[in-house]
Design a protein around this ligand. Structure first.
Ligand code: TXA
Ligand code: MG
Length: 353
């Protein structure tokens, strides 16, 4: 199949019409990649098992990793879930449409493949106008994981999607770069208190202001079964090995300088993913500044593109400096840790300022 790349500009009067053919394609069981406020998704009719199987094939995704079902309206929750607890309704009223995914008990009519064999369904209402309009026109719940090849960083532009999936979908709707830049926060609301399954577009503290304490599962032990199946797979991985440093600024600067000096001596090219303050102290083969120190929202928006840029530059290794673990910083550090595949080095005494 050949992919049709459709550019949608919401400033143009006829932008909604350009979504009619892709929406019909979704209804008819074909695959459509589309922008959301977080990352691009690869969508299929959630009730069409054959179409959903196509998503797993296109991504090379393990079949036990369930998909998020995207809805146009809050009332559509009842099409896919058997319960919508009060706490979930409060969260939905406050944060939908937006980058929050709620895990609810699933309707048995949903195909097994959409749920990755689980009894629960993850749902969200995206806030991106193109995603919303597409869902409205398609008039079916749309299962959509991030539109990357499994294991790669999630796509934040149409070009990222095409680089990974090429002609493996029927339509690629190009709505420009995604503003949030990391995936939605996934929250299990089938249990009390709710459990944070994946940090993401809405910080945990912000959710807690609405619903009180949210539980964070302890780090997984090897062999243990994660509650969000996707979190057990190597993810966000650039081709080059990535080392993430964590610690107070002066200690990270010293450790990074030492790493970069040794790499240079050994003729190893290094890509640096960092903020403006560290960048002023360090020099590497390729430098990507995600933003000013502590600007975790800017970092989230620029992170996946930076990881992909390192692959394109073909650096031998990547070094990343830390972001504060608050606000969007929690999601940024989570994705960097995953990209590092466990290569996180803590430096400096804990009381060093
Ligand atoms: O922002 C996002 O969430 C993007 C956009 C496209 O909406 N989607 C996305 O989907 O990131 P995906 O498939 O790449 O990640 C979904 C995560 C995975 O870790 C998956 O295991 C988890 O959500 N998940 C899905 N259904 C679940 C369920 N019923 N219970 C627990 N975890 C679930
Ligand atoms: Mg994904």
């Amino acid at each position: 199949m050949a992919c049709q790349w459709v550019i949608v500009d919401t400033d143009q009067a006829d932008w909604v019409q350009t979504l009619e053919a892709p929406a019909q394609a979704l209804r008819e069981g074909r695959l459509v990649a589309f922008p959301t406020e977080t990352v691009y998704g690869l969508g299929a009719n959630a009730f069409d098992a054959t179409a959903v199987e196509g998503i797993y094939r296109a991504k090379g995704r393990p079949s036990d990793n369930p998909l998020i079902v995207h809805l146009a309206n809050v009332e559509d929750v009842w099409k896919v879930a058997t319960a919508f607890p009060t706490i979930a309704q409060r969260l939905a009223a406050r944060f939908w449409p937006g980058p929050l995914t709620l895990v609810l008990p699933a309707r048995s009519q949903l195909p097994r493949v959409t749920l990755g064999g689980l009894q629960t369904v993850a749902v969200r209402l995206p806030s991106h106008p193109v995603a919303q309009q597409l869902l409205r026109l398609a008039d079916v719940p749309v299962a959509a994981p991030s539109a990357n090849r499994s294991g790669r960083p999630s796509p934040t532009t149409a070009a990222h999607v095409f680089a990974d999936l090429g002609d493996r979908m029927d339509y690629l709707i190009d709505g420009g770069p995604c503003l949030v830049g990391v995936e939605s926060t996934v929250l299990d609301v089938t249990v009390t208190p709710p459990v944070l399954l994946r940090p993401g577009g809405i910080p945990k503290e912000v959710l807690e202001a609405t619903v009180g304490t949210i539980e964070v599962p302890a780090p997984l032990q090897p062999e243990e079964h994660p509650r969000a199946p996707g979190m057990k797979y190597r993810h966000y991985a650039p081709q080059a090995p990535l080392l993430l440093l964590e610690g107070p600024f002066p200690a990270v600067v010293r450790a990074a300088q030492e790493e970069l000096r040794r790499a240079e001596q050994a003729g190893v090219s290094t890509g640096l993913i960092t903020d403006r303050a560290y960048a002023a102290q360090l020099s590497a083969t390729v430098v990507r500044i995600l933003g000013d120190p502590g600007e975790t929202q800017a970092a989230a928006a620029a992170l996946f593109d930076a990881l992909r840029a390192m692959d394109q530059a073909g650096v031998d290794r990547i070094l990343a400096t830390p972001w504060p673990r608050r606000g969007m910083g929690e999601a940024v550090m989570n994705r960097l840790e995953k990209a590092a595949g466990g290569h996180v080095r803590r430096v400096g005494a804990p009381d060093e300022a």
